[in-house]
Design a protein around this ligand. Structure first.
Ligand code: 13P
Length: 249
């Protein structure tokens, strides 16, 4: 059982535009004044500069959606942790299932990206999660354990500095949320795996992601090992995102 402040992070994915971002972020900042949780938005890289200005003077934290494992150099299209740092980025998502699925990212690359982020004081939000076929084959725990093990192995004692997001692939963008019991069961296993690696496992936020919305957030967030949420679609609508934020206490 953990008592730390919850973390609600929006993942905008490849959505947004200068005018739309302005309206959304202003509404979120205005509405989150009494938030009991930490709030972050993970935005497409071209908008980091805009967000740096918009969030100025507020408690909204800034996140990115990916980072290179390399420090700098001839890696066309890549964005380094140092560049993210320039814009005040505090979090970066690594290993989102959409990157694993559409961009061929494997466990070791995800672990290396987490390491690159940590090296520059950016908290990686490491995503793990099984596909529907894997769940139906009874392989959920084996899959998420393998995904997290690579990150633990590569990052050693720094592992207490990461955030983990359990995002069952079948629940992402489908409107099909894991039940609080299903999510808690996996979160408890992830916590136990972290406990075997660090005495500070209780510090690690384990977020749930996958069709979290204003209606289901409170019961998910009430589970003992669910320390927050990684929100896709609902983070693009200020009223929905704000309702999730107020459910996180
Ligand atoms: P949805 O909330 O749209 O299902 O997306 C979840 C997700 O992938 C967050 O990273």
């Amino acid at each position: 059982m953990t008592t730390k402040k919850k973390l609600i992070a929006g993942n905008w994915k490849m959505n947004g535009g200068v005018a739309a971002n302005d309206a959304l972020v202003r509404a979120v900042i205005a509405g989150m004044k009494d938030a009991a949780c930490t709030v972050a938005v993970c935005v497409p890289a071209p908008y980091l500069s805009q967000l740096q200005v918009l969030r100025h003077g507020s408690s909204l934290e800034l996140g990115a959606q990916d980072v290179s494992k390399h420090e700098q150099g001839a890696y066309t299209g890549e964005v380094s942790a140092l560049m993210l740092k320039d814009f005040g980025v505090r979090y970066v998502i690594v290993g989102h299932s959409e990157r694993r699925q559409y961009h061929g990212e494997g466990d070791q690359l995800v672990a290396d990206k987490a390491k690159a982020a940590l090296a520059h004081g950016i908290t990686p939000i490491v995503c793990v999660g099984e596909t529907l076929a894997e769940r139906e084959a009874g392989r959920t725990e084996e899959v998420v354990k393998r995904q997290l093990a690579a990150v633990i192995h590569t990052n050693g004692h720094c592992i207490s500095e990461i955030v983990v997001a359990y995002e069952p692939v079948w629940a992402i963008g489908t409107g099909r949320t894991a039940t609080p019991e299903q999510a808690q069961q996996v979160h408890a296993r992830l916590r136990a795996q972290l406990q075997a690696a660090t005495p500070h496992a209780d510090r690690v936020h384990i977020l749930y992601g996958g069709s979290m919305n204003a209606a289901n957030a409170a019961t998910l967030l009430a589970q003992p090992d669910i320390d927050g949420g990684l929100i896709g679609g609902a983070s693009l609508k200020a009223p929905d995102f704000l309702q999730i934020i107020s459910a996180a206490r």
